[in-house]
Ligand binder design. Structure first.
Ligand code: GAR
Length: 196
């Protein structure tokens, strides 16, 4: 059974899917802590499941480096086997990534390398794409550039808004994230190999 620290910024529906999965005794992972960069709504899921959480708000620090040091200290005190960025909307400082990769994964609402960044769903719509999707990947020094672990396509409906499309992507994303964590825990996915 592997231990997870999950990082969030928003509603935390991906976190909730992980918490639900981990509440089954057969599931080979446990969430040991949740981290956020703001008073995210998703922290309520951590509370509901009785999982400790920490808040490291960059606005409380003089520099990005100081923020990164505190974030890393908070994460590593839990000695997680895997860190999951699940809607964490800030780019992790390079030294944080260097310390945690390749046992540091992210879920992104597009078929990378298409539409990286913070507005992937909006960007796909603005681009007139007919298909987009979700990607789970290892975080490396770049922005949404790390080795891809899993992807799933989602058709875009002409009537889609950013909200409807994102919600449909998120249903796919949650299943994919849970499956990826399971496969990492069982050794079916080898992060060291993927990042070599
Ligand atoms: C997810 O769609 C995730 O891929 C996206 O934020 C959403 C979080 O939803 N992340 C990014 O766009 C990162 N660039 P949630 O808070 O309900 O899990």
């Amino acid at each position: 059974v592997i231990s997870l620290v999950v990082l969030i910024s928003g509603s935390g529906s991906n976190l909730r899917a992980l918490l639900e999965a981990c509440s089954s005794p057969e599931f080979p992972a446990r969430v040991v802590a949740v981290g956020a960069d703001n008073e995210a709504d998703g922290l309520a899921h951590a509370e509901e499941y009785g999982i400790p959480y920490f808040l490291v708000d960059p606005r409380a620090f003089h520099s990005r480096e100081e923020w990164g040091r505190e974030l890393l200290a908070q994460i590593t005190q839990w000695t997680p086997d895997l860190v999951v960025s699940a809607g964490f909307m800030r780019i992790l400082p390079a030294d944080v990534v260097a310390r945690l990769t390749p046992r540091l994964i992210n879920t992104h609402p597009a078929l990378l390398p298409r539409y990286p960044g913070a507005h992937a769903v909006r960007d796909a719509l603005a681009d007139g794409a007919t298909v987009t999707g979700a990607t789970v990947h290892i975080i490396d020094e770049g922005v949404d550039t790390g080795p891809i672990i899993r992807q799933h396509a989602v058709d875009i409906d002409p009537a889609d808004t950013e909200h409807t499309l994102h919600e449909r992507i998120k249903t796919v994303e949650r299943d994919m994230l849970v499956a990826t964590v399971r496969d990492i825990a069982t050794g079916q996915i080898n992060l060291e190999e993927l990042s070599a």
